[in-house]
Design a protein around this ligand. Structure first.
Ligand code: G4P
Ligand code: NA
Ligand code: NA
Length: 189
């Protein structure tokens, strides 16, 4: 999907050799037509997987997850992030560190929107260390739901997230892979 590479080169701001600011494309503004096109691509890749729900985490994953879910004709569930755990027995909860925010948060999914009858496609915008994605995988395990695979728009392959998910035997698909942000330059795989 060269269109996403072009947009990243156009709008991305390399903040460090670890972090690419994508506010104008993903984290603060989105192009709905582009998101629909990319959602169609994920739907095409996972069409045969009998997905019953798409799962993401608020907030920046919601746009691409919505587009994918619309194409697959299934509901979108987005996990909520909370700073403190509300002791509510009706939610699945996992504690995860956040790379960009430097804090620990609890991610929550209500038991009313996820069950052992579900076969789930995880969709997210960017994967770095993979803490959020692994937290969502643990929630699916505890719910007894099947995980069909993980799709992300941008994989940073110099960080461990995507590799650790593939090493768990989980199908992992990304639209673009960034292998380096060294010297202020975005280098794709
Ligand atoms: P991880 O889930 O892969 O471990 O990601 P990590 O916890 O390391 O990062 C947490 C947040 O930082 C995620 O957003 C993730 O998308 C974002 N992030 C990580 N690296 C980059 C990067 O290079 N560029 C940009 N733009 N974002 C990055 P989040 O906490 O879920 O916040 P939100 O964006 O959904 O509000
Ligand atoms: Na994000
Ligand atoms: Na995200």
């Amino acid at each position: 999907m060269d269109i996403l590479k072009q947009r990243i080169l156009q709008h991305g701001v390399v903040l460090s050799n670890q972090t690419l600011q994508l506010d104008a494309l993903i984290n603060h503004q989105v192009d709905p037509a582009l998101m629909m096109e990319l959602g169609k691509e994920f739907a095409r890749r996972f069409r045969e997987e009998r997905i019953t729900k798409v799962l993401t985490i608020e907030s920046s994953g919601i746009a691409i997850a919505f587009a994918t879910a619309l194409e697959l004709g299934v509901p979108l569930v987005f996990a909520r992030r909370k700073k403190t755990l509300t002791t509510d027995g009706d939610v699945w909860c996992e504690r995860v560190p956040s790379f960009t925010k430097g804090i620990v948060t609890d991610i929550l999914v209500s038991k009313s929107v996820l069950s052992d009858q579900d076969r789930v496609l995880l969709i997210d915008d960017i994967i770095a260390n993979g803490d959020a994605a692994r937290g969502l995988v643990r929630i699916l395990e505890r719910a007894g739901a099947d995980l069909a695979g993980v799709g992300v728009l941008v994989e940073k392959s110099f960080q461990a997230g995507a590799r650790t998910i593939r090493e768990q035997g989980i199908r992992f698909e990304s639209i673009v892979t960034i292998k380096s942000l060294d010297n202020g330059t975005v280098e794709f795989e």
